[in-house]
Each structure stands twice: as structure tokens, then as C-alpha cells.
Design a protein around this ligand. Structure first.
Ligand SMILES: CC(=O)SCCNC(=O)CCNC(=O)[C@H](O)C(C)(C)COP(=O)(O)OP(=O)(O)OC[C@H]1O[C@@H](n2cnc3c(N)ncnc32)[C@H](O)[C@@H]1OP(=O)(O)O
Ligand SMILES: O=C([O-])CC(=O)C(=O)O
Length: 376
């Protein structure tokens, strides 16, 4: 029987070509279309990165202004989407809300001609995801039907504005921009690969997005930021965190927000979002304690396992300090990653071949068929 252990989880297997992103070259780096993540996070706006992903190049100032205007104009929700969101139970996970919202929008504004419509569909989903999420959130929690169309210049500002029902702070907008840039793209990660597999059957953009949301939802992928928050919050102080973590490791538990399939030395996104977490913690005692707990968990994982935090770990406290409820963490990842999924959907379509690998069969040999009346 063939030994398939070296391809378990497709680890280390090259499954295609891409011109969009490099991950972990020389052990650490991350680039989007040749730009370093450090430069993009420090010097670009998220909408510039979205344009880079979906239109292939950084925009000029005029292009950015008109791209922002275009996104602002696409924030409204059709009545059919609102009605569907209103019937979802209050305890629905917000990832399922976005999965459902994308699916319903795909029936009301279907992609019938991929070449002519794919950019419009991508921009529409990017612009309306915060609207879907927050329309459902306020309806489910307070029975309120909010107006989802703000004129905030940025995607992150729109999200925060709808969440808190007031104009977002400068730090809030800036942190969201950085976060959305960091989460935008990551080569053949599980959700993007899912989107490419669906796209390769010549299915539509919405179906690829719905599948990708399903893949991102799990705690081994995007869902880890929510689990990391639960872990950090479960400890009273750094000493308790160190002791608790050691016990979890002794019990062979996986620590969410640590480890990575590709990066071996560090996740380059971690330091950037960690700096935001520290800045937002400020002088507030409650926040400083959570930040200190996070740092102790990081140090203990390094000492005990030689493991480093991935992008999800410090996102947890950064979002928490912005007043974002934990169950909305992974949906924010969706809003951002839609741009990377879109870039990969376009790339797959431009040079398509069905993705259909083989499997090593490990089941029974040919058996004699026994009619049902003779089984027993
Ligand atoms: C944005 C993102 O999606 S980043 C990823 C977010 N996911 C998480 O944070 C979940 C926690 N991390 C993990 O589960 C893993 O590190 C993954 C899923 C990210 C990568 O998984 P893989 O490449 O398959 O590594 P695998 O799970 O085989 O781990 C290799 C070894 O390291 C250990 N290990 C890996 N991650 C962790 C962790 N977070 N905590 C404790 N041990 C870990 C494994 O137990 C395993 O040990 P063993 O060889 O003694 O059995
Ligand atoms: O690349 C991966 O496997 C997971 C990840 O970090 C991401 O999708 O951002």
C-alpha cells in the first residue's frame, strides 16, 4: 500500500502557480504582488490594498478616490437580504450570517457572466459584508433595523461606525486599516484554496466565497482569533496564564493563535498587530493586564515549545480593545480576505483547469456483494 504520510494535509505540496503572494520565503516574509507586508501595513490604506488585490496594481490618488466612492455606493442591502437576515436566530454565529448573506445576495444579484461581472461582484461583497453583519447584529440583539449606508471613507470605518452607532475614532480607523491589510491575502491557505477548487469547476464567485467562508470559520484557520481571546480572558493575571498554559501543554492541548503551516520562525504580521494591541491597551489597567497576559503566553509558548504567535493571536486583544465583540473577530477576517479570495478566483479563471487530485486507497479489497436478504 502506498505511503501517503508525506502528503498528509498537503503539507509542503506545491498545488499550482500564483503571481499574487509569497508566504514564508526565507522563513519569514510575506509579500502581496511583490510589495512587502511591512510597507503596505505602514504606508498604504486598506482600499489601496483591495485595489492591488482585485485590480492588479496600487491605485493612483484619483483611482483610490473613485474606488472609495464606488465602494461607498455599494453598501446598501436589497430587501431580500434584510428579510433573510431577520429570520436568522439571535445565537447564529456571525460567520454563518455572512455565509448566508453572501448566498442570498448571490440569488438576488447573480453572477451570470463571470468576465463581465466578476469585479462588480467582488466589490459588492466587500462593500456590503459590514452592512450585512451589522444589520443582522442590531436586529438580532435589539430588534433595530439600522440604516447601513454611512459615508465613511474606509471599509474599517464603515464597520466600526455601524457597530458602535457613532463616528469611529482615529485610532479605531487606523487599526482596522492595518488589520484588514494584514489579513487580506495569504497564498494557498485553506479558505483560498477552497475558493480556487470551487472556481475551477466553473462555478460562480458567490459559491466560491460561501465555501471559503466555511473554511475560514474553523479554529485551525481564521476562527483561531476568537479562541485566542477566550484563552487570554480565561486568566486573571500573567502568573496564572503561565501556569495554566503549562498545564494545557502537559495535557497536549493545542493553543489557538500559535503555530503555522508555512512560517517556521515568525509570522511577519504578528509584530505589526502586536504593536497596535499595546498602543490600544494604553494606560488602562484592565487592558494592560490582558496585554501582559498575552505577552506571558507568548513568552511561555516560546520557552516551552519554541512556538510563535500567528496573525490571529494579538488580533484578539487589538479587536477587544476597540470594543469589538469576540464573535465578530473572524467575520472581520472575511471582509478583508474577500480581496485575496477575489484575486485568486480571477487568477484561477484566467488559466483554469479542474482541481482534482488523487487519493491513496486504504479501504477493503474487492468484496463479494451480498444481497440485503442474505446479510445479517
Ligand atoms: C490566520 C491563520 O489561519 S493562522 C493559523 C490559525 N490557527 C491556529 O492558531 C490554531 C493553532 N495552531 C495549529 O493548530 C497548527 O499550528 C496549524 C493548524 C496552524 C498548523 O498545523 P500543521 O502544520 O498541520 O501542524 P501540526 O498540527 O501537525 O503541528 C506540528 C506539531 O506542533 C504541535 N503544535 C502545532 N501547533 C500547536 C499549537 N498551537 N499548540 C500546541 N502545539 C502545537 C502539534 O501538536 C504537533 O506536535 P507533534 O509533532 O508532537 O504531534
Ligand atoms: O496561510 C495559512 O495557512 C493560514 C494563514 O495564516 C492565513 O490564511 O492568513
Amino acid at each position: 500500500m502506498a505511503d501517503n504520510t508525506n502528503t498528509a494535509g498537503l503539507a509542503g505540496v506545491t498545488a499550482g502557480k500564483t503571481a499574487i503572494c509569497t508566504v514564508g520565503k526565507k522563513g519569514v516574509g510575506l509579500t502581496y504582488r511583490g510589495y512587502l507586508i511591512e510597507d503596505l501595513a505602514e504606508k498604504a490604506e486598506f482600499e489601496e490594498v483591495a485595489h492591488l488585490m482585485l485590480y492588479g496594481a496600487l491605485p493612483t490618488a484619483d483611482e483610490l478616490a473613485s474606488y472609495r466612492k464606488r465602494l461607498i455606493g455599494m453598501r446598501g442591502l436589497p430587501d431580500g437580504v434584510k428579510t433573510a437576515l431577520e429570520v436568522l436566530p439571535r445565537d447564529t454565529h456571525p460567520m454563518d450570517v455572512l455565509r448566508t448573506g453572501a448566498s442570498v445576495l448571490g440569488t438576488l444579484e447573480p453572477e451570470t457572466d463571470a468576465e463581465a461581472q466578476q469585479h462588480e461582484v467582488a466589490d459588492r461583497l466587500l462593500a456590503s459584508f459590514p452592512s450585512m453583519l451589522m444589520y443582522w447584529y442590531h436586529f438580532a440583539h435589539n430588534g433595530e433595523r439600522i440604516d447601513v449606508e454611512t459615508d465613511d471613507a474606509t471599509v474599517g470605518g464603515h464597520f466600526l461606525h455601524l457597530l458602535h452607532r457613532e463616528a469611529p475614532s482615529e485610532d479605531g480607523v487606523a487599526c482596522m486599516a492595518t488589520s484588514l491589510i494584514l489579513y487580506a491575502e495569504h497564498e494557498f491557505n485553506a479558505s483560498t484554496f477552497t475558493a480556487r477548487v470551487i472556481t475551477a469547476t466553473l462555478s460562480d464567485f458567490y459559491s466560491a466565497t460561501v465555501g471559503a467562508i466555511g473554511a475560514l470559520r474553523g479554529p485551525l484557520h481564521g476562527g483561531a482569533n476568537e479562541k485566542a481571546m477566550a484563552l487570554i480572558e480565561s486568566f486573571d493575571d500573567p502568573d496564572a496564564a503561565e501556569a495554566g498554559l503549562k498545564q494545557m501543554l502537559a495535557d497536549k492541548e493545542k493553543i489557538m493563535g500559535f503555530g503555522h503551516r508555512v512560517y517556521k520562525k515568525a509570522d511577519p504580521r504578528n509584530g505589526i498587530i502586536k504593536a497596535w494591541s499595546k498602543k490600544l491597551a494604553g494606560e488602562n489597567d484592565y487592558r494592560r493586564n490582558l496585554y501582559a497576559i498575552s505577552e506571558r503566553l507568548e513568552q511561555t509558548m516560546l520557552d516551552e515549545k519554541g512556538m510563535f504567535p500567528n496573525a490571529d493571536f494579538y488580533h484578539a486583544t487589538a479587536y477587544h480593545f476597540l470594543g469589538i465583540p469576540t464573535e465578530l473577530f473572524t467575520p472581520i477576517f472575511v471582509i478583508s480576505r474577500l480581496t485575496g479570495w477575489g484575486a485568486h478566483i480571477f487568477e484561477q479563471r484566467a488559466d483554469n483547469r479542474l482541481i482534482r487530485p488523487s487519493a491513496d486507497y486504504v479501504g477493503p479489497e474487492i468484496q463479494e456483494f451480498v444481497p440485503i436478504e442474505n446479510r445479517g
